[in-house]
Write a protein that binds this ligand. Structure first.
Ligand code: UT7
Length: 325
């Protein structure tokens, strides 16, 4: 009998109180940066975001999301033998944020590693954990997307600093006789690395390069819509179903216009698209598991539903997973 992986539980965590567009605009105005609720809502669909306290670490957000996912799965931390963390804002250069989360959960002994695929990170991490469970290398996995993007934002660049937020989402995967993760497809095209990046590093005891996020928004926008359509179709076909059999679409939450265009191209009606962008903004690798957990907890996504998860972001990377809950 084949061995598959299935999502046993979901969890998420958002730090602090939401910061509205008006509140952010008045903070930015103090340093002479002009923006408005009207511009942010009309161009992006974002209404608020959460920011971690200065000094907070990505692992702390990830641990909270992981605890909630473990609780909903009815799995003890000690049963976890694989932790995969998707993040572009790790606590440190090393050890991995996955090792730090494993330590905090007191779940030593299994494998733990980070995945760096920016906003596609959660889908990359899910596909990796799925493959390790199917291969028999792992049995119960925590797959986490966690980010503190506020730490890499340039607060003098209004074209990026209004778009992102902090947060974490997690799922617990376990073995199953039937496919829970029905199919995953991952892609990258490094030729586009310069349109979205944080091109800094630590070397010789100093930060060198540019330690803040930079983005060519319109270029990312154009690429994103095309690849989300293509990889969605590819993944659904690989799972052996058709697009009309997909119960929910959860694309990476970057821009409401990207979400709408993707759904329209795939022929999935707007009421079957989970949107948390308005409340969370773009939380990079955390956005897909945050949205998944929100829709599970409010009762929209139930056992048996087929959910198409899609990521897209820096690299340029993109990917999708079709999961049966
Ligand atoms: O997570 C990774 C994936 N990231 C994405 O998917 C992001 C994709 N891109 C986008 O979401 C959009 O391209 C943006 C939201 C980033 C920008 O929207 P746009 O419609 O492409 O706007 P634009 O960059 O062409 O800028 C339009 C105008 C410019 O003014 P001018 O040159 O027309 O006078 C900007 O200076 O809007 C101005 N602008 C702002 N105005 C007020 C840019 N940012 C702001 C701002 N507040 N925060």
């Amino acid at each position: 009998m084949s061995r598959y992986a299935k999502i046993l539980g979901t969890g998420s965590y958002l730090p602090g109180d939401p910061v509205s567009n008006d509140e952010l605009a008045s903070r930015l105005a103090k340093s002479g940066i002009e923006t408005s609720d009207e511009w942010i809502v009309s161009r992006t669909g974002i209404r608020q975001r959460h920011f971690a306290e200065p000094g907070a670490k990505t692992s702390e957000l990830g641990v909270e999301a992981a605890r909630r996912a473990l609780e909903s799965a009815g799995v003890a931390a000690a049963e976890i033998d694989l932790v995969v963390v998707a993040t572009s804002t790790p606590d440190w250069i090393f050890p991995s944020t996955a090792c730090l989360i494993q330590k905090a959960l007191e779940a030593p002994g299994g494998a733990a590693f980070d995945v760096q695929a920016v906003c596609s990170g959660f889908v990359y991490a899910l596909a990796s954990a799925d493959a390790l469970i199917r291969a028999g290398t792992a049995t119960r996995a925590l797959v986490i997307g966690a980010e503190i993007f506020s730490g890499i934002l340039d607060w003098n660049d209004r074209t990026t600093c209004v778009l992102f937020g902090d947060g974490a989402g997690a799922v617990v995967l376990g073995p199953s006789d039937e496919p829970g993760i029905m199919a995953s497809r991952l892609h990258a095209d490094g030729r586009h690395e310069s349109i979205l990046r944080t091109a800094g590093r630590v070397a010789g005891g100093e930060v060198t390069g540019h330690p803040y996020l930079t983005m060519d928004g319109p270029a990312v926008f154009k690429l994103a819509v095309g690849v989300l359509d293509a990889v969605g179709r590819e993944t659904v076909e690989a799972a052996g179903i058709t697009l009309d059999q997909v119960d929910w679409l959860i694309p990476h939450q970057a821009n409401a216009r990207i979400l709408q265009a993707t759904a329209r191209k795939l022929g999935i009606p707007g009421e079957r698209v989970v949107t948390t962008l308005d409340r969370h903004a773009n939380t990079s690798a955390a956005s897909v598991p945050l949205a998944l957990d929100a829709a599970v907890r409010d009762g929209r996504i139930v056992s048996g539903h087929k959910v198409l998860l899609e990521g897209v972001g820096g690299g340029f990377t993109w990917g999708a997973s079709l999961v049966r809950m």
